[in-house]
Design a protein. Structure first.
Length: 211
C-alpha cells in the first residue's frame, strides 16, 4: 500500500530528528537549535549546575543546551555529551570542544541504554527531547541512575505542545513517554523527590534526585 504523502514526509522528518546523520546532520544542527533553544537554555539553572560539577547530557543534538551549561560550570568541572550519531558528536566537538581554560567538553557516541561511562561519575545528568526516541525509556533512566552520584540530579525535558505530539503521530517506531509516565518511571528506577517543572510555555521537565 502506498503511504500517504503527508505521512511519508512526517515520518521522514521524524527520523531526521531522531537520527541526524550524513548529509542531513549539519542542517539538523540549525533546526534542532532553533526549535529547542528556549527550553534548553534553562536546563543548567533548573538543575542548579555550579562550577566544578560533573554534568552529562544524553542526546545533545545541535548543542542548544551546551553553552549555558558550560557557562554555569564557569571553566571548572566536567561536561560530557553522549549522542547516538557520530556526525553530531563530530560537529559538537568542532563547535564546543573548548569551553574554558579548565573545561574541555568531551563528546562521544553511545546508546542511552548502555552508556560508555563509569558508575557514580556525575552530579547532574539530563536529556532534552532525545529520550522521546529511546526504545526503552526505563533502561535509559536506569543508566542515568547508574552514572549519577548519590544526591545527583536527573532532568528529562520535552516539548509537550508540538514535539511530543508529532512523534506520536509520525514516529511509528517510537513510544514516547509523556510527563506523567516519566514521573512513574523515575520513581520505579529509584529516584526521590520526583516532580515536574515548566521551563517555557510548551517545554516541561521531570526532575528527580538519586538517594
Amino acid at each position: 500500500m502506498t503511504r500517504n504523502p503527508v505521512r511519508r514526509v512526517g515520518e521522514d522528518v521524524t527520523e531526521w530528528f531522531a537520527h541526524p546523520s550524513g548529509w542531513v546532520a549539519r542542517p539538523m544542527v540549525h533546526a534542532l537549535n532553533f526549535f529547542n533553544r528556549r527550553g534548553n537554555r534553562l536546563v543548567a539553572s533548573a538543575l542548579d549546575v555550579r562550577p566544578g560539577s560533573h554534568v552529562l547530557e544524553i542526546g545533545f543534538g545541535g548543542g542548544a543546551a551546551l553553552p549555558t551549561t558550560a557557562a554555569a560550570l564557569d571553566g571548572r568541572g566536567l561536561l560530557v555529551g553522549i549522542d547516538l550519531s557520530p556526525d553530531m558528536a563530530r560537529l559538537a566537538a568542532a563547535r564546543f570542544g573548548r569551553a574554558g581554560a579548565e573545561l574541555r567538553p568531551v563528546f562521544g557516541c553511545g546508546d542511552a541504554a548502555r552508556l560508555p561511562l563509569p558508575s557514580g561519575a556525575f552530579d547532574h545528568a539530563y536529556a532534552m527531547h532525545s529520550h522521546l526516541y529511546w526504545p526503552s525509556p526505563l533502561d535509559g533512566i536506569r543508566e542515568m541512575w547508574r552514572v549519577l552520584r548519590p544526591s545527583g540530579r536527573i532532568l528529562l525535558g520535552m516539548d509537550v505542545v508540538t514535539g511530543f505530539r508529532l512523534i506520536r503521530w509520525f514516529g511509528r517506531r517510537y513510544d514516547p513517554a509523556d510527563p506523567d509516565r516519566l514521573e512513574s518511571l523515575l520513581i520505579q528506577a529509584g529516584f526521590d523527590g520526583v516532580t515536574r517543572l515548566t521551563l517555557t510555555g510548551g517545554v516541561v521537565a521531570v526532575v528527580g534526585t538519586r538517594p
